[in-house]
Design a protein around this ligand. Sequence first.
Ligand code: NCD
Length: 338
Amino acid sequence: MNQLVGQHVLSVDQFDRETLNHIFHVARQMEPYALRQKRTTVLDGAILGNLFFEPSTRTRVSFGTAFNLLGGHVRETTGKQNSALAKGESLFDTARVLSGYSDIIAMRHPDAGSVSEFAKGSRVPVINGGDGANEHPTQALLDLFTIERELAFHGKGIDGLHIAMIGDLRYGRTVHSLSKLLCLFKNITFTLIAPNELSMPQKVLDDIENAGHKWHIVEQIEGSHDADICYQTRIQEERFPSQQEADKFRGKFRLNQAIYTRHFQSKTVIMHPLPRDSRMEANELDNDLNVNPNLAIFRQTDNGVLVRMALFALTLGVENLVQQYDKDVVWFNNKEQG
Ligand code: NCD
């Protein structure tokens, strides 16, 4: 039996390299289903409780899509104000109730630690879709899966990687989870580009250091980097004490084709967890990069479906049964890859 059956997925701390390889192996097998070349009904009858108490587009929809692509059904609730949490119900009670209606739950919540607290009351596996500024394990998995694929294209592996992370490294949960996951590999160099106020939390720096990796902190995009990956982030304005505080950093870390050419190699892969803030004052990842073949952001979002399908298949123990429940796709389908 695989190690993930019946388990919660709360933090990247629970993964080792073997588990990652297994998740990615299953994720690759999901590609024909995600591309609608085949379909499967392996999870017919199963119900995902998709509980998003904080704004989300791609994480929420890709969890739901991934479950549907495996033949399962999705029940959703969005926004704290529309749920009994607004009436003072505890996370434990909500978990007790909703896990009675579902076979598995994906959950996002604005408070760090809240998804783990919820999981204590749940009778079914819970997958963390982001808990405040703390962690976003499924994003880190899809980011790592993308990094592996993009580097393979350049004939490289993840060991020896140089990654530049830019922007809000303090409140950005995706960079926390990704950095911790990269600690499982060898000889990683982190260039952390952020002002002092938005720097990577000490705890994550300690993890990087304890794993024997190198990190440098710079306050601005400067000099030229031999980074393999440049990972841009959004200023997490919703997590600042005030809008005024957040506004101080708006537009301070723009990346466009000219800046990219000046500071990165011509093959540096550009990533962003999305959403990118495309408002004029922020514009952290300019549309002029859309034609740059190294822009991997939409490959990341497509990969998110594969990785989330793999996690559902593994936690529900059907990873070896998917093909047995294959069906034909009968509708018009000419989907391009991201
Ligand atoms: C990220 C998040 O919610 O942490 N988005 C996502 O899930 N892809 C990043 C962000 O909101 O900036």
